[in-house]
Ligand binder design. Sequence first.
Ligand code: NAD
Length: 541
Amino acid sequence: MHDAIVAVPPPGNDPVLGYAPGSPERARLEVELARLAGECPEIPLVIGGQRLTTGRLVPVVMPHAHRHVVAHFHAAEPAHVEQAIRAAADARREWETMRWEARAAVFLRAAELLAGPWRERIIAATMLGQSKTVHQAEIDAACELVDFLRWNVAYAARLYAEQPASAPGMWNMMELRPLEGFTFALTPFNFTAIALNLPTAPALMGNTVVWKPSESQMLAAWHTLLLLEEAGLPPGVINMLPGFGHELAPVAVGHRDLGAIHFTGSTEVFRALWRQGGENIAGYRSYPRLVGETGGKDFIVAHPSADPRAVATAIVRGGYEYQGQKCSASSRVYLAASVWKQLEAELVATIDELGVGDVRDFSNFCGGVIKQSAFDRHAAAIAEARETGGMKVLAGGTCDARDGWFVRPTFITTEDPSVRLMRDELFGPIVTAHVFPDHAWGEVLDLVDRTSPYALTGAVFARERTALVEATTRLRHAAGNFYLNDKPTGAVVGQQPFGGARASGTDDKAGSALNLLRFVAARTIKETFVPATDWRYPYQG
Ligand code: NAD
């Protein structure tokens, strides 16, 4: 359809389903969990819509039952990156000239399928492959992903509608062209929503993509790629390469036609990509856009006027949901001594009660951590806390890797607020807290600001308005997502655009118009209706 200025369906937020015993969604999910746990697909490379196999099979296991293999993926070789880049270039001609509403309709259809008949399948894949509880999988793989797909369309429509002024006798227009080149989407294990948003957001804006999902998210990645195919995504628009980042990324990042890197993952990997891009700068056709959301060392600060029960709830939910493997998870906490005194006993007892185990047992609050190396890192951090003077492990502190990679939610206190566990991202269920004298509020805000290189999320609890105002001002650059009297996790698309600065990323706010703008190159067109025919100006007369 060419002759219409269309209005997109209003996005809203997908409602969170409860999965209570006896509910229809629970019954459907249990069927899908059993089905996917009983299958063991071989996940191929998908280039230009073709399935390719390499025979280099890598097992995908359940982190909470690591002897159970749920799939194998064929690991791509560096030569496949070249092939995927060519397929992206071939698909681009038709995709970028298609009307944007037609591209948008593919993603709106994907959102509708996911919200409806595909919901339990994608949730089950996320639960089994990434060890998310049903609630964590629901808010990620269903709600957030549906929201990304719908809201991005609404944002794109607004961006396309934004036009320059036109003086009398002329018509000025601006179009948002896709970047000249392919987008390389390199995605993390911890969110199915992020993993699909990174290739789909640039694709919505007319780009074509080479997507390298995380090795530890391959089961859900595969099912979401099938969802896009079902929604009608043309072959070659998103080319999926399972495999290892250190083998594949250098080919994509070193390529002349790199248009953008859309990355979410660790700070260290993003810095390496940036470094390689810098070294190759003269070899590119354009300046590639570098969009990266990276690590965090997210804080909770409690003022003496804070509600202790609200602070305790934020520590439990913000620190331990999804085993602390959210970039936004609170892992350093600063508590006024009077608040600590009121919440200590109940907080420690609550943390020790949290169920840890197989996520198919719906009573568990936590599953396994993602892989052996993560388990080892967390076990070492807990041992370090036990051996460090002034640090105490008050809750949790045990690890068991016999069946799954289980690390019990662990709460540690430290007298020295500058210890490594208050600075470094661990990305696990370990929260370290420092208790400060009530009168030291001002100093503690400085401490929060300077202790860690990251600036992703942070939360301040206080009932006194002046304390909230002071913290908001003094911690202005300490977090890209800042919460007053709420936990620092759980950003909702369309409500709290997400991203941080400093070592946490380029702050391009996933799920917002700011993010989409990074994947377009604007072209301005001026048309003069009656052009000048005399070169002289009046003053010359
Ligand atoms: P990761 O950096 O290990 O992996 C991310 C991607 O990079 C994966 O696809 C991986 O295969 C690839 N990769 C790994 N090593 C590579 C290398 N040497 N060269 C090229 N590619 C490589 O991250 P992860 O463990 O999957 O995810 C956890 C990290 O992601 C945490 O640091 C977390 O804070 C961050 N994260 C940030 C946000 C955010 O919005 N800021 C959101 C989610 C996750």
